[in-house]
Design a protein around this ligand. Structure first.
Ligand code: PAF
Length: 287
């Protein structure tokens, strides 16, 4: 596995891989890797001959009161895991190279920044879209893999590639969960043992919504309210939002939405840790 830290070196390597007829698959991450990230690597490996993973904790996607400074980092462990799981190249840029003095340009979004995560975390998607656009320009991938856990992020990135005519295929890989249902996330490292147990209320509430949907309930508000109440009643987890939205547009899902799958999205705080999770509810399959 090659470790690349300079942007010009990464450009040269990407050009050489492309010239050799290789298909480059890309997994952008902020490190502190877990099995969810490994599933993204495997998805890239299944589709591509060269797999590149970036590890970069992107300062511009964190708000001033968010966890940039304490975001968990363990480079040695990350590199060992990436190698063990067949990554070919790890790109590890520095903050100074990514955002040198005088950095001015960003990728902005309109409608998709408004609801849910965009509302709760102003500027977050501008930061994500900007760094992903930069990484695409540096790594020059044919395809890139994102996790369904950050469902809105995946939609924002897909929208960006379409709107800006980027020739990168976006693949979204399913959420990977711990055996007890907790969605894997680097931020789970913040949870105490007690908080981790309380956090299970989130995935449990998603299963509840799935069974309501399978039982024929089609009222988005009722499902979302039941989910919110189930999380709140289980302990000290506070719900930031629990909403049923159209899986493509992130607008509120209409009742009896027909063919289009709806996405149940939840953001909640357990102690000082903010967690997000979601599940796709397919009305059609369950009618
Ligand atoms: O999902 C993440 O880890 C980050 O938002 C990403 C896509 C690597 C951009 O910094």
């Amino acid at each position: 596995m090659r470790i690349v830290t300079s942007i010009p070196d990464m450009h040269r390597i990407a050009d050489a891989e492309r010239a050799a007829g290789k298909r480059i698959g890309f997994v952008p991450t902020m490190g502190f890797l877990h099995a969810g990230h490994m599933s993204l690597l495997h998805a890239a490996r299944a589709r591509c001959s060269t797999v590149v993973m970036s590890i970069f904790v992107n300062p511009i996607q964190f708000g001033p009161a968010e966890d940039f400074a304490r975001y968990p980092r363990d480079e040695a462990r990350d590199l060992a895991m990436a190698e063990e799981h067949g990554c070919d190249i790890v790109f590890l840029p520095s903050r100074e190279d990514m955002y040198p003095d005088g950095f001015e340009t960003s990728v902005d979004l309109n409608r998709s920044t408004i609801p849910l995560e965009g509302e709760s975390r102003p500027g977050h998607f501008r930061g994500v879209a900007t760094v992903v656009a930069k990484l695409f320009n540096i790594v020059k991938p044919h395809m890139a893999v994102f996790g369904q856990k950050d469902a809105q992020q995946a939609i924002v990135i897909r929208r960006m590639t379409r709107d800006l005519n980027m020739d990168v295929e976006i693949v979204v890989a399913p959420i990977v969960r711990e055996p007890d249902g907790l969605a894997m996330s680097s931020r789970n490292a913040y949870l105490s043992t007690e908080e981790r147990t309380e956090a299970l209320a989130i995935s449990r509430s998603l299963r509840l919504a799935e069974s309501m949907c399978a039982g024929g309930i089609r009222d988005p508000q009722r499902i979302a309210d039941t989910v919110g109440d189930a999380i709140r009643s289980s302990g000290r987890v506070s719900v930031e939002y629990a909403r049923l939205v159209d899986a493509e547009t992130f607008e509120d899902a209409p009742a009896m939405a027909g063919d289009r799958p709806a996405l149940l999205v939840v953001a909640a705080r357990v102690g000082s840790t903010r967690l997000i999770d979601n599940t796709i509810l397919s009305w059609k399959d369950t009618i």
